[in-house]
Design a protein around this ligand. Sequence first.
Ligand SMILES: O=C(O)CCC(=O)C(=O)O
Length: 230
Amino acid sequence: MTPKQKSLFLENGWLYIPGALAKGVVQPVKAHVQNELKRLNIWSAGKTLSRKLKDVPVFQQTVKLGQLINYPKLNERLISKELYSGMCQLTSKRLSGQEGQLLISLPHQVDWSLDGLGWHRDISKFQLGGIPGVQAFVLLDNLSVKGGATLALAGSHRVKSQSQEKQAISALTGDGVSGSVKVDGIELSIIEMAGRTGDIYLMDMRLLHTPSINSTKNVRMMATSRYFAV
Ligand SMILES: O=C(O)CCC(=O)C(=O)O
């Protein structure tokens, strides 16, 4: 990691690394997901086949698909030694990874919206003091905006008050407001983890984040791995 990348990560809580992985590294995982979607009669030839999954509420679908489709040793395939040591450099800590997880969503056939999203952290409030770890998000396929990428609230790793965070999210997701808002002098903005196959987003695990609507005709295919400080 360059000093510039480290300072961006510390300031904003996230870092985008376009083209971090070669297509050949990602391709077997993407092919596995596509084959499994077909084999399980969920998705094939641009169509959702499973009525059951169509009826699952949009944000529960990814959880359900993650239970049905698994890629063994996902971290070994996607997280190279260089990337791992880059994450350690960003946090100035030694990190230990949890088993990786696929993030798949079918086209949701509803309009894209920032209403009613599930903003959350995967850590407890007792872990907000210093950086508890880094979450890597890998794009297994090209992912356009409004295509179901994970959203994160840049800057939220530095905000102390949870009620101010909530107000900031309401302001940013409310009608007619876009860009950023300032809370306690900290600039907060929503980032969407869209991009191209092999791109990676690294996120300070203190950032608020949420699944989003996939309003495209394509399946959203990402993978994620959480690395905690030890
Ligand atoms: O993009 C998604 O489905 C949400 C991901 C998420 O919340 C997580 O991995 O913690």
